[in-house]
Design a protein around this ligand. Structure first.
Ligand code: HEM
Ligand code: HEM
Length: 127
């Protein structure tokens, strides 16, 4: 049970940290004109390549965390996190039609997701 109720939500949070790192890392690499030999550049390349797969894994892990941790009278902030994640995935499917607008929405949803996650964690740790 410790595995499901403690390790799983923290692992999930770590995956979302990795998903969010691609933006600051890209900015760092651009500003410092990082090249192929740079550790940060290698890490950025890796994160960029695995971003979509990690995003899908996060949706599956969130579903599992919801199934195992949720009580009948939950606070529901977790569900809002889940809805934002699903929205990010659905909007990503229409990215070609939405052109440049989609990445702006995607980044904005990432910020919204973090606010919801922080509120969720603070609420659940206090309870
Ligand atoms: C739900 C599944 C997700 C999918 C399918 C997805 C897909 C994508 C794609 C295709 C890009 C385009 C740029 C690239 O290839 O690097 C991107 C960028 C980005 N994603 Fe996601 N993503 C997902 C979830 C998330 C989550 C949960 C976060 C963070 C909370 C996130 C944060 C970002 C950020 C910050 C960028 C912009 C990177 C930049 O401007 O360089 N994504 N995402
Ligand atoms: C370390 C971080 C986290 C902790 C300690 C944590 C803890 C919990 C707990 C105790 C519950 C049960 C709440 C109840 O039913 O009363 C819960 C539910 C839930 N959590 Fe988390 N969680 C964490 C991170 C996350 C993240 C990152 C997400 C999604 C992005 C998430 C999504 C959910 C969902 C969907 C539920 C079920 C619906 C709900 O009760 O709102 N959690 N979480």
């Amino acid at each position: 049970m410790i595995l499901l109720n403690t390790i799983l939500p923290w692992l999930l949070t770590l995956c979302i940290v990795l998903l969010s790192l691609n933006y600051p890392l890209r900015r760092y690499c651009q500003n410092n004109r990082a090249s192929a030999g740079d550790v940060f550049y290698g890490f950025y390349k890796f994160l960029r390549k695995s971003h979509r797969l990690l995003g899908i894994l996060v949706i599956i892990l969130t579903f599992l965390h919801c199934r195992f941790s949720s009580a009948v009278s939950g606070t529901n902030m977790g569900k809002i996190c889940f809805l934002i994640l699903l929205l990010m995935f659905i909007i990503h499917l229409f990215r070609n039609r939405m052109k440049k607008k989609w990445i702006i929405i995607h980044r904005a949803l990432a910020v919204l997701l973090w606010i919801a996650i922080i509120v969720h964690i603070v609420q659940e740790i206090r309870l």
